[in-house]
Design a protein. Structure first.
Lengths: 469, 137
């Protein structure tokens, strides 16, 4: 039986053991499966475990490695994929009852890429129904019920990549794949104390992923460190003829080599003064402490401000209009009533009323914002601030009244398709994790990952893990 | 040109017919009283007072449009929630529409013509192939 500490090792550390044959992918998969079977249900972390398939993949990986065909750092590493990514022949529920029996006959491109590098798919991670696109007011807005935070099972993980956050935080897999339309990677990563990366829009193919908002959806890794995120991102990024929103080959692909490290160039950090109106005291303390150590590790740290404008409103209108299309049939047919959350059952009807004119206006505002943000990145390589102004909330919180605050940065980052990374940077007095967020220029994912890696070289927060019974 | 009759319909006539059609979609009682009158009978959702008078009328019309089409699906609590959603959306739209845009400010999304090369990719991504080497993004 493997020690718990091994299950919490980074992909890089596990890969070293596997490459040198000190660790068997089968043994590692069995250990993660056992832990997932024991703790997964307590946390509501999985939509479905795939033990038979996972062990088959692990055996194949082991055989390959013994033959000398080592495919790289993800070979033999077990992971979980958010349950909105198609896996051939396996139920893909999108976290929602109307799609509970849905089965695709192909893999999502991300799953295909991870299969090609030898990663082992352990299971499908629980998620908020339809990634929260029709609105939700409770953590229980999921076919699997509320996902519990491994740091405090009375608290939520945030959504919509809820299971992905819990799985990584609880050491149930080596890493997980999440998606973000607006906050769904950054927030669960912060609440769960893991490193979560939202890539530039268009770098990771969404073929085979549930479409919520065609111009906002992105897929990214959630893992134990920024370095792990870089390794996983390198495996899943790339142009895909099956997803026309992907960037051209030379702009979409990403390479990472541990020998070269991320290209270290010395980063100028803009510390955002207006991203959040106020912080929960415990979050404020951790963020201030993180702010203090940055100047020692970055070329410069200067105050920066986000441009003022109706960015949240534009993002909201874009999202609502696109949801009215992506889930129009579900809403018009009335099957939306089968969703668990009371807001999810009604929100879509309002989305149907957004006009083409207002949608286009939002897209025009978006173009102006993109130019403003690009100009800001002439002065800074990365922007930094808290990933969230609060820590994990109780499971029973009404999210409309209890977790509502202006989020211009989430709107801006997602409207402009900017890369972002949340890394753990401390804990509140209740021992709940706090996340520090780095945001970069569109296409400069390397800067964001470098910033996270630089921060994690100087700190140990990402090495803390919850105590689970 | 109206394809079925071959008669021309000018824009004014089209607008008149559209208005009549939408009035016909509103339940009889509401059409008689008008959306604003119906709104005044109930407590307005929180934040409604921040909207302009026109915005309130538009939000209410939006709500009535949903009710005329799908009203039977909702209980009173759900109706309340839909109405709140309409007023919330209206608040966003008012701020968005107030943002100064020049006529030439184009939207962020552009058509990407489906050129022949993309319709027939030379080859599918090879299994096990490493991603193409990245230039500096």
């Amino acid at each position: 039986m493997l020690k718990e500490s091994i299950l919490y090792e980074s992909v890089g550390e596990l890969a070293k053991r596997i490459e040198t044959k000190q660790l068997s992918p089968v043994e590692l998969t069995e250990a993660y499966l056992e832990r997932s079977q024991k703790l997964g249900p307590q946390l509501n972390a999985y939509a479905r475990l795939l033990p038979v398939e996972a062990l088959d993949q692990a055996r194949a990986a082991e055989k390959d490695i013994h033959r000398g065909h080592y495919r790289g750092p993800l070979h033999g590493i077990p992971y979980a994929a958010k349950d909105l990514l198609a896996v051939k022949g396996v139920q893909t529920t999108w976290g929602a009852k109307p799609f509970a029996e849905q089965v695709f006959d192909y893999h999502a491109t991300v799953i295909e890429h991870l299969k090609n590098v030898g990663a082992v798919l352990l299971g499908k991670a629980a998620m908020i129904e339809l990634a929260g696109g029709l609105g939700y007011m409770y953590a229980s807005a999921s076919l699997q019920g509320e996902t519990r935070n491994p740091w405090d099972t009375g608290c939520w993980t945030c959504g919509s990549s809820s299971g992905s956050g819990a799985i990584v935080a609880a050491g149930l897999a080596g890493f997980a794949i999440g998606t973000e339309t607006w906050g769904s990677i950054v927030c669960p990563s912060a609440f769960c104390g893991v490193s979560g990366f939202r890539p530039t829009y268009g770098r990771v193919s969404r073929h085979g992923a549930m479409a919520l908002s065609y111009s906002l959806d992105k897929i990214g890794p959630m893992a134990r460190s920024a370095e792990d995120c870089a390794r996983i991102f390198a495996a899943i990024a790339g142009h895909d003829p099956l997803d026309r929103s992907t960037l051209p080959v030379d702009k979409a692909a990403f390479t990472y080599s541990p020998a070269g490290d991320l290209k270290r160039r010395g980063l100028r950090v803009g510390w955002l003064s207006n991203a959040w109106k106020e912080y929960e005291p415990g979050v404020s303390k951790a963020i201030q402490a993180a702010h203090k150590i940055l100047p020692r590790h970055f070329v410069s740290v200067r105050d920066a401000a986000l441009p003022e404008g109706p960015w949240e409103e534009a993002a909201g209108v874009v999202l609502q209009a696109e949801v009215a299309s992506s889930f129009g049939e579900l809403i018009r047919s009335g099957r939306v009533r089968e969703l668990r959350d009371p807001l999810g059952r009604t929100g879509g009807y309002v989305d149907l009323t957004v006009t083409g004119g207002d949608y286009t206006t939002a897209q025009r505002v978006r173009e102006i914002l993109q130019k403003k943000m690009d100009a800001l990145f002439e002065t800074y390589d990365v922007l930094a601030t808290a990933a969230q102004p609060v820590a994990a909330t109780p499971l029973t919180t009404n999210l409309i009244t209890g977790l509502a605050f202006p989020d211009p940065l989430g709107a801006i980052g997602n409207l402009c398709g900017l890369p972002a990374l949340s890394v753990p940077c401390g804990f509140t007095e209740k021992n709940l994790p706090v996340g520090l967020q780095f945001i970069g220029r569109a296409g400069d994912d390397a800067a964001v990952l470098e910033a996270g890696q630089t921060f994690q070289r100087a700190t140990q927060w990402h090495r803390k893990h919850p105590k689970l019974a | 040109m109206n394809k079925s009759t071959g008669q021309k319909i000018d824009r004014r006539e089209f607008a008149r017919k559209a208005a009549l059609l939408s009035a016909a979609m509103v339940p009889a009682g509401l059409a008689f009283e008008g959306p604003a009158a119906a709104a005044s009978k109930e407590q307005l959702p929180e934040g409604a007072e921040k909207l302009s008078a026109e915005g309130r009328v538009e939000a209410e019309a939006r709500f009535q449009q949903i009710m005329s089409q799908y009203g039977s699906r909702f209980d009173s609590e759900e109706q309340k929630r839909v109405r709140e959603g309409c007023y919330n959306l209206q608040g966003s739209l008012e701020k968005l529409r107030a943002f100064h845009l020049e006529n030439g400010d184009a939207p962020a999304l552009y058509l990407k013509p489906l050129v022949e090369r993309e319709k027939k990719p030379l080859s599918a991504p090879a299994a096990g192939a490493a991603p193409a080497a990245a230039k500096k993004p």
